[in-house]
Write a protein that binds this ligand. Structure first.
Ligand SMILES: [Zn+2]
Ligand SMILES: [Zn+2]
Length: 298
């Protein structure tokens, strides 16, 4: 159990670093080329990648905090640190998206130049790198049930669309310049605007999901059926009076009230409760179980 958790932590941390280094490279390459080639779409996409670096750093800090063992002050562990990190990223992305949108809108009133062809190569490179990062992180996130890692993976996927939008904008703009259609040149800042809307949309979805998870969300009926069956199978458990399973990031904490024969000894009742806990923590992702014992009544 211990070794398994250490491995999870190391893998999730490594994935976060892959995301950070990948995005730093993309931000630099696209930023420099976007600026030299005169493409607003590519610069917007570069700013996007740069803000993703900040996002990944937040995930890294969140996962590290989530790994801390329960203490006196946080008896349920620190799993929610992952949700909090995700909320911070969402707020940040929202502002970045807004900023890029404003700059794209302003450019529609200015004369602009056709971007150079090298912008196309940079954006295609970006699409390939982002898709690879998505596949890698999604697989890992599913395996280790990391909420932060999976949202991070989807982020890379939406980044692919962001770069595709940039590619279309840059392409149309270059064609517009080539065939002499001035308004088509504005496809580049238009793509920049589109990229910024994507960022804002994603920030909204991510924020909503993380807030839901941060607020003592309990598992719904279909996810707890197996756990209840396990508890009821323990000899001496006559009924389950209450069953609550809370999600804390990647693990689950159960509060259960069981009913036992009111005429058995306290020691016997305690032994039944202990057995219930033993059986429940064997279930994947169950971290802790709090058992309360009631005397059985009709
Ligand atoms: Zn992104
Ligand atoms: Zn819910």
């Amino acid at each position: 159990m211990k070794a398994e958790k250490d491995e999870r932590y190391q893998q999730v941390q490594f994935a976060a670093w892959v995301g950070i280094i990948g995005n730093i490279l993309l931000a630099i390459i696209k930023g420099v080329i976007g600026w030299l080639a005169g493409s607003r779409a590519l610069v917007a996409d570069a700013v996007h990648s740069a803000s993703d670096v900040v996002g990944s750093v937040a995930v890294l800090i969140g996962v590290r905090a989530a790994k801390l063992p329960p203490d006196e002050d946080h008896p349920y562990g620190h799993g929610k640190a992952e949700s909090i990190a995700a909320i911070i990223v969402a707020v940040l992305l929202f502002f970045v998206g807004f900023e890029i949108a404003l700059s794209a809108i302003k450019s529609f009133n200015e004369p602009i130049q056709v971007p150079k062809i090298i912008a196309i190569y940079a954006v295609i490179f970006s699409i390939i790198v982002k898709e690879l990062m998505f596949r890698y992180k999604y697989r890992l996130g599913k395996k280790y049930r990391s909420e932060a890692l999976i949202t991070d993976a989807w982020h890379h996927r939406s980044d692919v669309f962001s770069s595709i939008a940039a590619l279309l904008g840059i392409g149309a703009s270059i064609i517009g310049g080539y065939i002499g259609v001035p308004w088509l040149v504005y496809a580049d800042p238009l793509a920049g605007l589109f990229v910024s809307i994507l960022i804002i949309k994603m920030a909204w979805a991510l924020g909503k999901q993380s807030i839901h998870n941060a607020m003592d969300h309990v598992l719904h009926e279909e996810d707890t059926a197996e756990m209840k069956k396990t508890a009821l199978a323990v000899p001496g458990v006559l009924k389950i009076d209450e069953f609550l399973a809370r999600e804390h990031g990647h693990y689950v904490i159960i509060d259960i009230k069981i009913a036992v024969d009111p005429y058995i000894t306290v020691e016997h009742g305690h032994a039944i409760g202990k057995k219930v806990k033993e059986q429940l923590v064997k279930i994947e992702h169950v971290q802790d179980v709090r058992v309360h014992i009631n005397p059985f009544s009709e």
